[in-house]
Design a protein around this ligand. Structure first.
Ligand SMILES: [Zn+2]
Length: 146
């Protein structure tokens, strides 16, 4: 491996994020090339310095000051043309239910035979039978007399 190609992989090599075969090739080059070895050491020192650095944490005072300057919005409830979305969904579900039940009624409750009403007129008996219930139809103008 030549210097130019080695330098391309040096950063990944220091971070140990290269395939083992490539790592062996870089190792072999570093064993014979002082310049690349120095470059690798410099990158290694930089990475170590970053790893050892303390994470920046702002003081609570700074954090509260920044928080006061950033406007925080309240999360709005989901709306659909000004109406809460849950209400729209509930109404939609109701409509779907109505349509489904009406459709089922249309297919299930098919009346093949029309209702036949038999109207018979018989003379009133003088003596009613005891086991018979008779219904009388009376014209509306005669209701007051009954
Ligand atoms: Zn080299």
């Amino acid at each position: 491996m030549k210097c130019q190609e080695t330098k391309k992989h040096l950063f990944d090599y220091v971070l140990e994020e290269i395939p083992p075969e490539l790592q062996i090739q870089v190792n072999e080059h570093l064993a014979i090339c002082a310049e690349c070895r120095a470059e690798s050491a410099r990158i290694g020192e930089t990475v170590t310095a970053f790893k050892n650095s303390v994470a920046f944490k702002p003081s609570p005072e700074i954090f509260s000051r920044v928080r006061g300057q950033v406007p925080l919005r309240k999360p709005r409830s989901a709306r659909f043309f000004g109406v809460p979305r849950s209400l729209v969904y509930a109404f939609g579900a109701f409509l779907v239910g109505v349509v489904m039940t009406r459709s089922i009624d249309t297919f299930v409750a098919v009346d093949d035979q029309p209702v036949q009403i038999e109207v018979r007129e018989e003379k009133l008996r003088e003596v009613p039978y005891s086991d018979t219930v008779e219904f009388y139809a009376v014209p509306a103008r005669n209701l007051a007399r009954i």
